[in-house]
Structures are given as structure tokens and as C-alpha cells.
Write a protein that binds this ligand. Structure first.
Ligand code: SF4
Ligand code: FES
Length: 237
């Protein structure tokens, strides 16, 4: 158990004159409490006006991504005492429009995602007696690609996105490659089309912030490199 001070970035669209400000709370934090548990205690016991997103509490839905002590992370997977600091600063993910307090608009995430057609395209009717076949080797190619929970931490950390709000973003590129690399998908071009654009792939400068920011340990930069190869192959082939 330790007493921690939480400095939380607040913003209320109904109080535009106040703008963004920091509010402090003190909390007794028991061992095993995540940052999400702390936010819940603050909201339920101290200040019901605090807004933040959460759903699964298990690192699966991506809702609780936020900037904790300067690092993008999932609040439900961050042990508060492991931060080794008496003060915990919590801000909304940077780069996205803030809706209220720690809640950001996910419109840029959805826009990037939709541009790459994030679903399997296969016009061949599936076999009637089994699922579409995929060998273990083909399935292995999807490791590190399908696990994305669309939390938006990577795109929030990307300087290309800070400079160009229409940049599709590393989350979208990772998702595109998830289908381009899938042996069951029949139309790689459909996923690649939007990437070869001034707001697409070529704006990535291989800074690796997305890799560092991903709470699931994924590597969008590697997927971007693979997609660049696919586009070049398509152009010269
Ligand atoms: S690649 Fe990682 S950081 Fe980016 S949206 Fe997916 S899970 Fe989140
Ligand atoms: S609440 Fe779902 S990932 Fe944290």
C-alpha cells in the first residue's frame, strides 16, 4: 500500500473558457491495483465527473489507452506501484481531438482503418464441408499481425501523424499487412491501393515510435517495410 498523487489532465467541452487543466487527487493504492483501478476509485469515491474509457479490464478491447507518466499504455495493464513514482500523471493520448478529460475521438483511427479495407477479400465460395484451408506455415505468417487491439497508442506516438492528420497511421498499415500476408485473401491490391498515396505508407520515416508505444509488443514498422516491398513489386511486376 502507498499513497500516490494523481495529476490528471481535465477538459470539459461545456466549460471552454477553462480549457485544459490539471487536477490532483490523492489515493491509497494497494498492491495489485492497476492505473484503471485507481481511476475507478477516483471516479467512484472522489470525483464522479472524471471521464475515461474502459471496458474489458483485460487488455483486449483497447479502450483504456492513455498517456501514463509520458508513455502510451493501457491503464488496465499498468500496475500503479510498478511506476515507481509518488506522482502519476495521466493525459489523453496525444495527437487526437479530446472529447472530454481522458476520452479522445477515435475518428482518425477509424478513417485510416477503413481506407485499407480491413477484412478478408475472397470471392471463391468456401468449401461446403470444411473451413478455408491454411497450412501451419501460412498461419505462422500472421503472428504479430492479428493481435492488434486498435488502441491507437502507435498512431498517437507517430510524428508523421502529428504533422499530417490525414496520415493513415501505423495501426492501419499493420491491419493492411495482416490481410496482404493472409494466404486466404485474394485481393492484396484492394488493401494496398490507399497506401500508395501522399497520406499513406511513404510518409513513414522509420522512427520506430509506434513499436515502442505498442502495449501488445507488435511491430508496425516491420509491417510497413513489408508493405513497401509489396507495392514496389506490384509496380514493376
Ligand atoms: S499496433 Fe499496437 S499500439 Fe497500434 S493500435 Fe494495434 S495494439 Fe495498439
Ligand atoms: S479496458 Fe479493455 S484494454 Fe483496458
Amino acid at each position: 500500500m502507498a499513497i500516490l498523487k494523481f495529476k490528471i489532465n481535465r477538459y470539459n467541452p461545456d466549460d471552454e473558457r477553462r480549457g485544459h487543466y490539471e487536477q490532483e487527487y490523492e489515493l491509497d493504492v494497494p498492491k495489485g491495483y492497476t492505473v484503471l483501478d485507481c481511476l475507478n476509485d477516483i471516479k467512484w469515491k472522489i470525483d464522479g465527473t472524471l471521464s475515461y474509457r474502459r471496458s474489458c479490464r483485460s487488455g483486449i478491447c483497447g479502450s483504456c489507452a492513455m498517456t501514463i507518466n509520458g508513455v502510451n499504455n493501457l491503464a488496465c495493464e499498468t500496475q500503479a506501484l510498478s511506476l515507481k513514482s509518488d506522482t502519476v500523471t495521466i493525459e489523453p493520448l496525444r495527437g487526437y481531438p479530446v472529447v472530454k478529460d481522458l476520452v479522445v475521438s477515435l475518428d482518425p483511427i477509424v478513417r485510416g482503418l477503413m481506407a485499407v479495407r480491413p477484412y478478408m477479400i475472397n470471392k471463391t465460395p468456401p468449401p461446403t464441408d470444411q473451413e478455408r484451408f491454411q497450412s501451419p506455415e501460412e498461419r505462422d505468417k500472421l503472428e504479430g499481425l492479428y493481435e492488434c487491439i486498435l488502441c491507437g497508442s502507435c498512431t498517437s506516438a507517430c510524428p508523421s501523424f502529428w504533422a499530417d492528420k490525414e496520415y493513415l497511421g501505423p495501426h492501419a498499415f499493420l491491419k493492411a499487412y495482416r490481410f496482404v500476408a493472409d494466404s486466404r485473401d485474394e485481393d492484396a491490391r484492394a488493401h494496398l491501393e490507399a497506401l500508395d498515396d501522399k497520406h499513406g505508407l511513404w510518409r513513414c520515416h522509420t522512427i520506430f515510435n509506434c513499436v515502442e508505444a505498442c502495449p501488445k509488443g507488435l511491430n508496425p514498422t516491420k509491417a510497413i517495410a513489408e508493405l513497401k516491398k509489396e507495392i514496389v513489386k506490384g509496380k514493376v511486376g
